[in-house]
Design a protein around this ligand. Structure first.
Ligand code: AMP
Ligand code: ZN
Length: 492
């Protein structure tokens, strides 16, 4: 039986502002869309927090046996410098400053993003569509919005009529903004904007001569508004009613509010059943953000090359640090906090390494079935990873007690225990056991030393010693192979 049948997941829905029982549109299937990065610079650790949380949610869905289509887009056009439909395209600006093609900027930072996610052990999404790959569909959606009477053209640009939409719908349903406060353009107050109302937002912008990222359209050579790509790509790959839409809290308004307005205008209904928002990672008490320079890069953590850091940390320590906090709480980053997480992480990994060598007994003095229920209950309660981690440490206590002979476990319970610990630690949280890696590094050092001693013994024609080294290594499963390049080894 699929695990999801016996696990009623509850998700905090930002739309209803309550925890709701999760029921997918299609039984056993989940469609999840997460707004991806704008690839004009390296993703920072704050961006990573958001993507990491959704990686863990994705992993948990897969663990429960759901068939998941996870779409995370790449924003490679249309995201302007500020959220008020003004300023330069972020990618075009970077290209201009660096005197390279916009698509070189896109390529560089997309590759970097993927590299970082690999180092941090992310699962790839099912589909990773780009905004520039869906210009045709975006133009079609604008035409549809114009046909429905909620889009209007002025001087080659097309805007969404928020005031008209709000007559029959609720603009502000997600963010709670009042319509009078939901202003997208400050310049309109000086009469410089083409918009009918300051609340309106761009669907299509006419490109001025300087703007190099441009496409032909019925209205002008221009580019799509930022919010449009997500309405288009989510409905294209997940349908016009899908299960989960996620992103950081800062995307609630205007981005997600506008997405709802666009999608609802086209389909006639709300596009998403569960809206999920992650809270911000802070540095020095402020939101970690590229624009303010208040950020740290994931690669800097791995090398320790940032003056904020006391040393380098592994990617799993960062994962553990993130998962020790609830995704809906703000999280303060500091080197001290990472060091504290590292201690906990190492304790957990040491226990995981000794898990395999526990011996079963005739009876269990630990209640594995009760403990396992608590682990699932934590994740089912809106992905409460800090509570899950506290239960995993109860597991660590069991391991140490069993090891020291102060507790016992039957073979059936041991199988269940090992499977559950491995599932949550490695499959769901996505941690890697660096301690094991460190141990294999040490083995490598020791075997290399023995190979060197054997070489010296052979040079001295001490065949007894050289054979003894080879045979004793073989008896513990390490086979030496002599070749033209020297001696190598394999572990069986
Ligand atoms: P961007 O590349 O700026 O579009 O951001 C990518 C994702 O990172 C979005 O979901 C943002 O909400 C999220 N994000 C940006 N800054 C932070 C932060 N300091 N903490 C957590 N998430 C963030
Ligand atoms: Zn988006």
């Amino acid at each position: 039986m699929k695990l999801y049948k016996e696990n009623q997941l509850k998700i905090y829905n930002s739309l209803s502002k309550t925890k709701e029982a999760f029921k997918p549109v299609h039984d056993g299937h989940i469609g999840m869309y997460v707004c991806g990065p704008t690839v004009y610079s390296n993703a920072h650790l704050g961006n990573l927090r958001t993507f990491m949380f959704f990686d863990v949610a994705f992993r948990y869905f897969l663990h429960l046996g759901y068939k998941v289509r996870y779409v995370r887009n790449i924003t490679d056009a249309g995201h302007l410098e500020n959220d008020a439909d003004e300023g330069e395209d972020r990618i075009a600006k970077k290209a201009r400053l660096e005197e390279i093609e916009p698509m070189e900027v896109v390529q560089r930072y997309t590759v970097d993003f993927h590299d970082v996610l690999k180092k941090y052990n992310f699962l790839p999404p099912s589909i990773e569509p780009t905004a520039t790959g869906h210009i045709v569909e975006q133009i079609e959606m604008i035409k549809d919005i114009i046909d429905k009477g909620l889009g209007y053209e002025v001087n080659g640009s097309v805007y969404f009529d928020v005031i008209a939409y709000n007559k029959n719908n609720h603009y502000g349903i997600l963010s709670g903004r009042k319509i009078e406060d939901a202003i997208h353009n400050t310049r309109v107050l000086d009469g410089q904007s083409d918009k009918k109302n300051p609340q309106d937002f761009a669907l299509w912008k006419k490109a001025d001569e300087r703007h190099i990222m441009r496409w032909p359209s019925p209205w002008s050579d221009g580019f799509p508004g930022w919010h449009l790509e997500c309405s288009v790509m989510s409905s294209k790959y997940l349908g016009d009613k899908f299960d989960i839409h996620g992103g950081g809290l800062d995307l609630k308004f205007p981005h997600h509010e506008c997405e709802i307005a666009q999608s609802k205008t086209c389909s006639g209904h709300d596009p998403v059943n569960y809206w999920m928002h992650t809270n911000m990672l802070l540095l020095n008490g402020q939101k970690m953000a590229k624009s303010t320079g208040n950020y740290i890069l994931p690669d800097e953590i791995l090398t320790g090359e940032n003056k904020i850091l006391s040393k380098a940390f592994s990617s799993s320590v960062v994962r553990f640090f993130n998962m020790q906090a609830n995704y809906r709480s703000i999280l303060d980053f500091s080197s001290d906090a990472l060091e504290a997480s590292e201690k906990g992480y190492l304790k957990l990994m040491e226990a995981m390494s000794s898990l395999v060598s526990l011996s079963p007994q005739k009876s269990s003095s630990v209640d594995i079935s009760q403990w396992k229920k608590k682990c699932y209950a934590a994740m089912n309660d809106d992905f409460n990873t800090p509570v899950l981690i506290s239960h995993l440490f109860e597991g660590v206590k069991f391991i140490n007690q069993i090891k020291e002979g102060n507790a016992s476990i039957t073979s059936n319970d041991l199988v269940d225990f090992v499977t559950t610990m491995n599932a949550f630690v490695f499959d769901v949280l996505g941690l890697l056991n660096d301690v094991k890696d460190q141990a294999s590094g040490k083995i490598d050092g020791v075997v290399s030393l023995l190979i060197k001693l054997r070489k010296e013994a052979r040079e001295n024609k001490d065949w007894d010693l050289s054979d003894q080294i080879r045979d004793e290594l073989l008896s513990i499963g390490i086979q030496l192979k002599d070749g033209r390049e020297g001696t190598t080894y394999s572990i069986s």
